[in-house]
Design a protein around this ligand. Sequence first.
Ligand SMILES: [Ca+2]
Length: 188
Amino acid sequence: MTRVFVSALLVLAMATVAGAGIPSAGDSYITMSAGGKGLTTCPAGDGGAYSYITVTALRADLTPIQGIPASSFFFTVAGTGSGNVSISAFDTETDVSGNIRFQADSSGAIAYGSLTVSVQIYTVVLTSTPGTLWCNTYDLDGTGTVTPIDLGNFAGKYGTVSEDCDYDWGGGVVNPIDLGKFAQHYGH
Ligand SMILES: [Ca+2]
């Protein structure tokens, strides 16, 4: 076997691996909250709102990688209450555009605010854009129970633009829809 032949085999092998799809850390990216939704949480774990997290897997030449299974994606969530957040697969693998969707959910109350979501595909940690997961909660004072104090806090925001009480992520305005949602979680 000549050196040239071995080199050719190596080049072919590397091209095959690249063709199978090694994501580029700096070109693949996360898109958060398609549909404009964030994550609403309740101490009872039944906040119910959800947030899509879309990961787009691209090679260094920006061509999409199709067929990466959901089990090859590993998420890290950082920020207050992040331990309550779970991320599960919505799609089974990346599609023809390199896209795959996941969903964030919460097992309990977390303080409202922003959490940072990072993702690793296989062993490749994406460096381009960590995602921001916006959260709000019915337990506005963070005591672990939705009480009259929380109702008072909510009432103070009613009719205003306040994303922390805009429970349907409807553009920031706290309206009767949000009151209805708050009422469903009162006492939790
Ligand atoms: Ca409370």
